[in-house]
Design a protein around this ligand. Structure first.
Ligand code: BTN
Length: 265
């Protein structure tokens, strides 16, 4: 099945939203779409620019991990945003992305996809997609945010290293059929543009409400790994700014997790 991700292939789906076709760049291969997009943003690329690669040679995950990026089968892309928010709120872009991505995946008829705070999409007990949000700014001002998304669309287990194989899930593996990438990417971009527009007009509250409703995490036992600490407890809610609230046994006050690695227990 021919499955191009070029501007021509995607333009027919994008109708006048934030992600105009002229702001869409496709590359057969890049080191990392996030690295490329950050360079473009630093040189002044407008909000709504999207960088897409068919494969990546140095795909990056959170916390310095590698994001394995076999060519021709999956989605690897980065969006440039310039929200007028304080730098600490740039993490909210990750949550908007997770919400729009879960919706787009469900739109394919996939049941059981879960958003795991803050940046993973889980399916059938493994990882379907990851989000890497990076920001440049100064105290009190965001210059730009780059939100990078990797989705395991059609990657077969053998396209990944032995280490990743047991953890990775794909849409193809779940649906037992090949999924076309361009309509999925376009559907995500349109959904993201809708949520982002709402965020700019109404603030974070509608996102929080949808996210809490959608995510599988609230009410579950989690283990939280922070750089300086590790603890377990019940994820009870997301607060008004997007941070996870965790109740630890024997503690009166909820812990507010700003950025961390969460494992469901
Ligand atoms: C994670 O789960 O750790 C985040 C993974 C993010 C991967 C995507 S693929 C497109 C973009 N470019 C990168 O180098 N990383 C992100």
């Amino acid at each position: 099945m021919s499955d191009p991700l070029t501007r021509e292939a995607i333009a027919e789906y994008l109708g006048g939203c934030l992600f105009l076709p002229e702001r869409y760049s496709f590359f057969p291969s890049l080191d990392s779409t996030n690295t490329w997009a950050a360079r473009m943003a630093a040189e002044g690329a407008p909000e709504g620019s999207v960088v897409v690669a068919d494969g990546q040679t140095l795909g990056r995950g959170r916390l310095g991990r590698v994001w394995e990026s076999p060519p021709g089968v999956n989605l690897y892309f980065s969006m440039i945003l310039r929200p007028r928010v304080l730098p600490q709120y740039s993490a909210q872009m990750t949550l908007i992305t997770g919400l729009a991505l879960a919706e787009a995946v469900r739109g394919l008829g996939v049941q059981g996809v879960e958003i795991k705070w803050p940046n993973d999409l889980l399916l059938d007990g493994g990882k379907l997609a990851g989000i890497l949000t990076e920001m440049a700014g100064e105290v009190g001002k965001v210059h730009y945010v780059v939100v990078g998304v990797g989705v395991n669309v059609n990657g077969e287990p053998e396209s990944y290293s032995m280490e990743i194989q047991p953890l990775a899930r794909s849409l193809r593996g779940h649906l037992q059929k090949t999924v076309k990438r361009a309509p999925l990417l376009a559907d995500f971009l349109l959904r993201f543009a809708g949520w982002y527009d709402r965020y700019l007009r109404e603030g974070f509250a509608p996102i929080r409400e949808a996210w809490v409703r959608d995510s599988g995490i609230c009410g579950k036992q989690v283990r939280v790994n922070l750089m300086e600490d590790t603890f377990s407890g019940e994820a009870v809610d997301m607060d008004r700014e997007g941070f996870l609230l965790v109740r630890c046994p024997g503690e009166h006050q909820l812990r507010r997790v700003i950025a961390g690695d969460i494992r469901l227990l």
